[in-house]
Design a protein around this ligand. Sequence first.
Ligand code: AR6
Ligand code: MG
Length: 294
Amino acid sequence: MKSKFRGALIGGAVGDALGAPVEGCTWEEVRLFHGGTMRYTDDTEMMIGVAESLIDKKGFDGADMVRKFLRNYHAWRGYGPGTRAVLELLRAGVSYAEASKRIFDGAGSYGNGAAMRIAPLGLFYCDDIDTLWDMAYRASHITHSHVLGKEGAAIMACSVALALRGYREEMLNALLARTREEVYRDKLRKIEQLLDADRQTVIEELGNGEAAFESVITAIYAFIRFHNFKDSVIYAISLGGDTDTIGSMTGAISGAYYGEAAIPPEWVNALENGAKGRSYIIWLADELYRIRFP
Ligand code: AR6
Ligand code: MG
């Protein structure tokens, strides 16, 4: 179980970092690129904030999570424009109940930014899916108030919890039992028919974009289609589009399922290891584990 906690956090960071420099590239370009230190992006920076807050507060605390997001924020990590605007409102003192509702003409964001950071919540509330679903909605609201942004994050959190508990394709029925929004239900139902589809079909049917409904189900698909961490994450990135975030979400689900030992060591070793780098992320995973399974 401890290895799976590490797998989810390091797996997410590695998928993010592998995908980061090749956002928008073709698979041939992705293959040519890698070598040297891999930097993670906003996905992992925000995932770190979620983990830190859960550890400090021993559970979800919205005001504290806001503080962690603001403290960790580095614009150069590549935040989406909606999230950047909300973080600026929060920094200016707008309450977190209000801030996320002010963007996109009052519609709120349905980007994948709430889903991409949510893995630690899935670990923390892994044994209580009702509470997890509710907490995922609340944790999303800090930046993503659109229902499709929240539902995507709840599905992602639930996938991490189910993967931790040993579910693979069986997770699809469990997810369908909770998911209310039709765009997600429709894509979840398609996964089994697409298990040997070509890339173009997968992109057309499930998506590879920055909207949560164009990427969360794609990440679950990449996990289910293959039988090891490496193939799933490489495939997720090979779809192009929002490579770092789809890679990160696939890495988190796969890492929760297979555990730390399944992650290629050369990928882990290439991950940046500065102030809040690889060693710190492993420490966060161990702290979450210690709190959850004392
Ligand atoms: N109406 C129209 N477009 C929208 C809406 C909406 N209500 N909501 C989202 N979009 P954002 P994120 C589109 O900016 O979710 C980074 O690279 C819009 O085009 O809230 O935090 C991360 O690594 C918007 O810019 O950011 C992620 O990969 C986009 O969705 C990615 O960006 C993303 O929503 C998303 O991060
Ligand atoms: Mg991204």
